[in-house]
Design a protein around this ligand. Structure first.
Ligand SMILES: C[S@@+](CC[C@H](N)C(=O)[O-])C[C@H]1O[C@@H](n2cnc3c(N)ncnc32)[C@H](O)[C@@H]1O
Length: 350
């Protein structure tokens, strides 16, 4: 396989449906939010938690009209690099604005060791030479500095690279990790996943019943930092409180009578077990909590990700025949719903 600027990747991997000059596409002003308000809150929280420097110099790579810096952050300077001058002008977080096309020239117009924190939010999908850009990002960072890449599952299809369009969310996490590794100059990558939170009622897509946009992050420190410094704190789990253990336990004890989920107290639904030649279930149905805001489910994405299982959570499942709860894995909020056969509490099917 030929070794190109993008290393061992298939050269086609970074092709795009619209190969015209990026400045043409981004000349159109887009004063819109690229994620819903809950997801944007998560992005701010992740940036705020990971930025431990008191007065960092910040580079917002592929910046638009918002940089998502939390109010409590006190940067010494924030530089935005992007393609739309009016969006950059309106971005109140920026002290300096730089127009630069990273696909034409992946070398950043900054001196070595300039930045403590580099952010790239919902934009990595558009890089046609990501490894070169990541490598040069390492060059412009201070040792021990943070490079935080945040993305979701929405994109401008015509401008996203083929490998991104054709990957699922878990594969995209692995892909961004690969960019870091191939670029060199960084310590080990860490990841963050927030998925399945309820969409705000004011959001225009709320009536469609879809959850909040997922937020994925891959981040690493520029190598060469002070080994004695404490590690950056992990972004906190979603602010969805779990009931105290004694409440969960009491609800479990009552489940045969109430059929309430022990974690959210919503009524579970009768769910026909799948008919599969590969797995044999010895009961005809279970009861499963299908509340998308249940803390057990909402926290599960992160818990699974910590074990290396990206893009999977679990719902609470109750076996009425043996009176016990067990998790049932779900790759999406829609999974398992085809098996719902009602809310009837009896052990009659249907
Ligand atoms: C979806 S917007 C995200 C903007 C911003 N980071 C945010 O979080 O709202 C994609 C941004 O990537 C920038 N961009 C796209 N292609 C680029 C390129 N080739 N070089 C530099 N910036 C680019 C555009 O200017 C645009 O602002």
């Amino acid at each position: 396989m030929p070794v190109s600027a993008n290393g061992p990747f298939d050269p086609e991997a970074f092709s795009r449906l619209d190969e015209a000059d990026d400045s043409l596409f981004y000349d159109e002003d887009r004063f819109v939010d690229h994620l819903d308000a809950t997801a944007l809150g998560t992005v701010e929280r992740v940036i705020g938690t990971l930025t431990v420097e008191e007065t960092p110099t910040v580079l917002d790579l592929m910046a638009g009209w918002k940089s998502h810096l939390p109010d409590q952050m006190r940067p010494a300077e924030t530089v935005g690099l992007g393609l739309n001058p009016r969006e950059l002008e309106r971005n109140a977080a920026l002290d300096r604005r730089v127009l630069h096309d990273l696909n034409r020239n992946p070398t950043l117009p900054f001196a070595d060791g300039s930045f403590d924190v580099v952010l790239c939010t919902v934009s990595v999908d558009y890089l046609t030479k990501p490894v070169e850009v990541f490598r040069d990002t390492a060059r412009v960072m201070k040792p021990g500095g943070l490079f935080l890449v945040v993305f979701s599952n929405r994109m401008f299809q015509e401008k996203a690279v083929k490998i991104w369009r054709e990957s699922d969310d878990g594969e995209r996490l692995a892909l961004v990790e690969r960019y870091f590794e191939m670029a060199g100059g960084f310590g080990p990558c860490r990841t963050f996943v927030s998925k399945g939170l309820p969409r705000p009622e004011r959001d225009k897509y709320y009536p469609l019943g879809i959850p909040s946009d997922p937020v994925y992050a891959v981040y690493a420190e520029r190598s060469g930092g002070d080994p004695a410094r404490a590690p950056r704190p992990e972004p906190a789990s979603e602010p969805v409180p779990m009931p105290p253990p004694e409440v969960i336990s009491a609800r479990k004890n009552q489940a045969a009578k109430t059929l309430l989920c022990p974690y959210c107290a919503m009524r579970m639904k009768k769910w026909a077990v799948p008919q599969s030649p590969f797995t044999e279930w010895d009961v005809p149905f279970m009861f499963v909590c299908f509340n998308d805001a249940c803390p057990y489910l909402v926290r599960g994405w992160r818990a699974m990700e910590r074990q290396g299982n990206y893009g999977v959570s679990y719902r609470a499942m109750y076996n009425p025949w043996r009176d016990y709860f067990t998790p049932v894995p779900v790759p999406s909020l829609m999974a398992l719903r085809e098996g719902i056969i009602g809310t009837d509490a009896s052990k009659q099917a249907g």
